[in-house]
Design a protein around this ligand. Structure first.
Ligand SMILES: [Zn+2]
Length: 289
């Protein structure tokens, strides 16, 4: 089994991805959290079209380079992990803690560095959030992430099987976190201590900047709790909050050519310009409150 996973890691990830997408479509139509403007085809076509472009250009690098490099470094004693005889589970835990920490701070940088925000706001400009939003990322964002991921994998030398497991886990939870699925309140209150739930991540896509700059984790919320960036809203408020940005709200802005040009267009606002609108009170609250 392990040998099969290691030799067919790209195939495993692709098959798993399509399985997850089928489940997401069925779950969103059976248990919708928010009413989405119909028809969905325009948004879905542009979001998924952007994803296909990402895959053609740099997606393979971002998604699988880490696995490939881990495969290459394994047994060569290049990485730090190779120096210790760690079994699968401690190694997977270490991979989660390491990569989630890196992506947490990278995500914060995407929100605070103006030129990075120009790229990242393509993801945030979706005025509705569902599983297709997961794939709405500008190719430049993946181009920046890929070398960082590869460098960490080479430095730490995680085994290929651990990287496959981590990618599968992260991919599944990230799609779940973006999905428009209604999770019962008691279940959400418990689940959000361990993984990012749709209600937890939806606030990150709220057009109110105080909430956009919170809940940065997309799979495991540990570091949002640790660094005080976790926010929450009452369960009933989620049906009415405005998603997306305060600008780029015209449906035509979600057309794929405009998404690709968005970072280079004249912007009405940068993150720093909204500082004067920031409230005096800190909206950060702990889960379940
Ligand atoms: Zn973000």
């Amino acid at each position: 089994m392990q040998a099969f996973l290691e030799n067919n890691d790209d195939l495993v990830l692709i098959v798993a991805l399509f399985g997850i997408l089928v489940v997401a479509v069925l779950a969103e139509s059976a248990f919708p959290r928010r009413a989405e403007p119909k028809p969905l085809g325009y948004r879905w076509a542009n979001n998924l079209g952007l994803w296909i472009l990402d895959q053609i250009n740099v997606g393979w690098v971002a998604g699988f380079a880490a696995v490939c490099v881990a495969w290459w470094t394994e047994g060569k004693n290049i990485g730090l992990i190779g120096a210790y005889d760690l079994s699968f589970w401690p190694c997977l835990l270490l991979a989660i803690l390491t990569f989630e920490l890196i992506t947490y701070f990278f995500h914060r940088a995407l929100h605070t560095v103006p030129w990075l925000w120009r790229i990242h706001m393509v993801h945030h400009s979706d005025t509705n959030v569902d599983f297709t939003t997961t794939f709405r990322a500008h190719p430049l964002e993946l181009l920046i992430v890929a070398p960082l991921t590869v460098a960490i994998v080479v430095l730490l030398g995680f085994p290929a099987i651990v990287m496959v497991a981590y990618q599968l886990l992260r991919q599944t939870i990230t799609i779940f976190a973006h999905s428009n699925i209604r999770i019962p309140e008691p279940m959400d209150r418990n689940l959000r201590h361990f993984i990012v739930t749709p209600d937890f991540h939806r606030l990150h896509h709220c057009s109110d900047r105080r909430f956009t700059d919170s809940n940065f984790c997309v799979a495991f919320p540990l570091y949002d709790y640790l660094f005080g960036t976790a926010t929450n809203k009452p369960f009933r408020d989620h049906a009415a909050i405005q998603l997306g940005l305060e600008y780029f709200r015209d449906p035509a802005d979600s057309r794929i050519d405009r998404l690709l040009l968005m970072p280079f267009r004249r912007q009405p606002r940068y993150p720093g310009e909204l500082d004067s609108l920031a409230p005096a009170s800190n909206p950060t609250v702990m889960p379940g409150s």
